[in-house]
Ligand binder design. Structure first.
Ligand SMILES: O=C(O)c1ccccc1N[C@@H]1O[C@H](COP(=O)(O)O)[C@@H](O)[C@H]1O
Length: 234
């Protein structure tokens, strides 16, 4: 299980900064259009995952609408611990990956602007994934960008959904930074958090100091959240 994931790392120095912080997972982005993309075929990518493993960090690979065979091949080639599906992948697709021995996190895209206020946007967005047994990562719907938008979701709506579904394990993502992660954890009840743009000095460029500040703030806030501890599977 990870508590704090720093997503979209590209350099060995990024991994080292994560390893020196209280964060316990890294995300490698395999979605080609992303500014955080790393090429799975480059030997340097395997060096990143090896370095992360040596520091005890969980290695998560982020994929968007990638063919199943390609995900399996990349997951094995660069030695991923978990695959994060962040596109329009179906439940059957995710189950097939699991059948192939790959652990799966499902990203759920929660709309930022909600027109129908009579329904909880998290309940609607989770839909059939709620009882499928996957760990969920609740992120802001970023449209064609798919993720990494820096936009936040409605943390109170997350809290209400989670209170009604205490058996579902999940991670909070979307626009989390060192200056809002404590409030986000308190409001949503999250036991685990994920950030990409919130620890960058410019788009796609990680800052060691921002990683340190984010992870420290998240760790302190998560420690306050013990009633929900143990809810996550990862
Ligand atoms: O980071 C990206 O560029 C990205 C692209 C496509 C799919 C997912 C992506 N990142 C994921 O989105 C969350 C939230 O990002 P942010 O913190 O709001 O910038 C991030 O943690 C990744 O899991």
């Amino acid at each position: 299980m990870f508590k704090i994931k720093i997503c979209g790392v590209k350099l060995k120095s990024d991994i080292d900064a994560v390893g020196e912080s209280p964060a316990d997972a890294i995300g490698l982005n395999f979605f080609r259009p992303s500014v955080r993309y790393v090429d799975p075929l480059e030997p340097s990518t395997l060096e990143l995952t090896r370095r992360a493993a040596s520091l005890g960090l969980m290695r998560v690979g982020v994929f968007v609408n990638e063919p199943l065979e390609s995900i399996v091949e990349i997951a094995r080639a660069v030695d991923l611990d978990v695959v994060q599906l962040h596109g329009d992948e179906t439940l059957t697709f995710a189950q097939s990956l699991q059948d192939a021995g790959i652990r799966v996190i499902r990203a759920i895209k929660v709309p930022v602007i909600v027109e129908d206020r009579t329904q909880n946007p998290v309940v609607v967005a989770v839909g059939e994934w709620g009882h499928a047994g996957f760990h969920l990562l609740l992120d802001a719907d970023a449209g064609p960008q798919h993720g990494g938008s820096g936009k936040s979701i409605d943390w109170q709506a997350v809290h209400a959904w989670s209170a009604q579904n205490p058996e579902i394990s999940w991670t909070l993502a979307g626009g989390l930074r060192s200056d809002n992660v404590a409030q986000a954890i308190a409001a949503s009840g999250a036991c685990s958090v994920d950030t990409a743009s919130g620890v960058e000095s410019s788009r796609g460029v990680k800052s060691a100091e921002m990683i340190r500040q984010f992870a420290a703030a998240a760790e302190a806030a998560l420690a306050q959240n013990r009633p929900n501890a143990g809810k996550n599977l990862f």
